[in-house]
Design a protein around this ligand. Structure first.
Ligand code: CU
Length: 499
């Protein structure tokens, strides 16, 4: 995408200063009628577990939808661009019968899941062929931190396009109040944040300003949120954009960050802006002090050296009303004990360095000099290990480290030691810099092969992904290094048989 900086700055100035006169929705409405109902905070269908089970049918299908006045061909689960919401508890079993009604292969990944990568679990070797159905089954382990997760398709070379067009949704593992009691009884608001990159030539004048990107909350470009002054709400934000880093703020309002990547924090972090990388989740407590009108703004982000994306805009209009009878204000935070041990104190079994790099001037991305190959195991780790990895970003571009099946602890950024404040499953690696993380490969449930990769899906699709195998050294023999190849073939036949 070419950035036309002069034009951008001029238009940003117009939209900010002229905000009260001409809102983006009205600008869009000049092009074609807006589908949004003013004053509405949009919600998706919610599926909740019952008696230890959550069984649902998900159908991946093409659907024409309208985003910010533009008709786009989305790929949806059950017709919902922002995806149905799955709510379940530790110990529950999630059964997803995924029918692929698209004309391309797809699959289902539970991002942040601590369970098995094998069989019909969180297995990225599965490819569901068009016109077939696959039955996934995943038990939510007791070790899964209660919080916000998400699901999305994970087909190499197609992840960016499929997620861009909509194939993702939110998962909530219930029980955050068991870790953070002050969230109990609060008004909860889930914000699924998705950026749609429009196909070339389909931009309207408004979203051309935003580089052909349509930013949405819960599937809509313009939202309205009504809150009660003085009350505290729990906002759960999931960035399900394929590539885009978000920077959100509300002028004059502070956020108390209580969880990151589904993992409740040991210590709250107070901030006036939320930086949310692709695939990351942020859960915050937010209190609106006085009546009036506010805006949830999406600000500019620097995602690489000299590559600031200027796309300041209002994502939601917030009306703060007075209602003294409906005040649910969070108590101040009680001290918390850690959910997991501080791995700075752990005995490290191995140290590795992982290099993220790019072929100069080309959209070819490497992990340790190689592009992804699903038949190749890049890293083998014996079960029981706690490893320290340094992720080196050799480029001037943004990369987001992610590994399946585990959360990791960030112990240093560019060599600077980091305090322990619970675990992450995504982390931005500074441009021309590095992060040092400690990863516990200690849970027998994660035995098998799975991926680690950059969660900028454009980079993943163009090679920046590798495979790890966690093997059990006490198991009789290991044919496990063949596992990915075998699974591949078997799973194909399996679908046929299931039809
Ligand atoms: Cu990347």
């Amino acid at each position: 995408m070419k950035l036309k900086h002069h034009l951008c700055y001029a238009l940003i100035g117009l939209s900010l200063s002229g905000c009260a006169l001409l809102k983006p929705s009205q600008m869009g409405a000049l092009q074609s009628p807006a589908a949004n109902i003013p004053g509405q905070f949009h919600q998706m269908t919610t599926y909740r577990s019952q008696n230890g089970q959550l069984s649902l049918d998900l159908k991946a299908e093409k659907k024409q939808i309208e985003l910010d006045g533009t008709q786009v061909e989305a790929l949806t689960f059950n017709g919902e661009y922002a995806g149905p919401i799955l709510r379940l508890k530790q110990g529950d079993v999630l059964h997803v019968n995924l029918t692929n009604a698209t004309d391309e292969i797809t699959n289902f990944h539970f991002h942040g899941y601590h369970g098995s990568p094998l069989a019909n679990g969180d297995n990225m070797h599965i490819e569901i062929q068009p016109g077939t159905t696959f039955a996934y089954s995943m038990t939510i382990p007791e070790s899964q931190p209660p919080g916000l997760y998400w699901y999305h398709t994970h087909i190499h070379h197609q992840a960016e396009d499929q997620v861009n067009r909509g194939l993702s949704g939110a998962i909530i593992v219930e029980g955050i109040d068991s870790r953070i009691p002050e969230t109990k009884g609060l008004q909860e608001r889930l914000l699924v944040l998705k950026t749609f990159t429009l196909p070339e030539g389909s931009e309207t004048s408004e979203n051309k300003r935003l580089h052909g990107l349509v930013q949405t909350i819960n599937g809509h470009a313009h939202n309205a949120i009504q809150v009660v002054s003085g009350s505290t709400e729990l906002w759960r934000l999931s960035n399900q954009s394929p590539n885009d880093y978000l920077h959100l703020y509300i002028k004059g309002v502070k956020f108390k960050v209580i969880a990151l990547d589904g993992s409740p924090l040991l210590k709250d972090e107070i901030t006036d802006r939320l930086e949310i990388g692709p695939a990351a989740r942020v859960e915050v407590l937010v209190t609106f002090p006085k009546e009036g009108n506010l805006s949830l703004m999406s600000g500019s982000v620097l995602t690489g050296v000299g590559k600031a994306m200027k796309r300041e805009r209002e994502l939601a209009a917030i009306t703060v009303i007075s209602n003294p009878t409906d005040l649910s204000t969070a108590q101040s935070s009680a001290p918390r004990s850690p959910h997991t041990p501080d791995l700075r104190l752990a005995t490290i079994t191995a140290k590795r360095t992982v290099h993220f790099s790019q072929k100069p001037g080309e959209e070819v991305y490497f992990v340790d000099g190689k592009t992804f190959d699903h038949t190749r195991i890049d890293t083998r780790v014996p079960l029981g290990s706690i490893e320290e990895w340094t992720i080196e970003n050799e480029t001037e571009d943004m990369h987001i480290f992610h590994i399946h099946q585990v959360h990791f602890q960030v112990v240093a950024i560019n060599g600077e030691p980091q305090e322990f404040n619970e675990m992450h499953d995504t982390m931005r690696v500074p441009e021309k810099g590095n992060i040092t993380i400690r990863i516990p490969f200690t849970d027998p449930k994660i035995v098998g092969s799975f991926m680690y990769h950059c969660h900028v899906l454009k980079h993943e699709d163009h090679g920046m992904m590798a495979m790890i195998e966690v093997y059990d050294p006490s198991a009789p023999t290991t044919e496990s290094s063949d596992q990915s190849g075998h699974n591949h073939g078997e799973m194909h036949e399996h679908h046929g048989a299931q039809r």
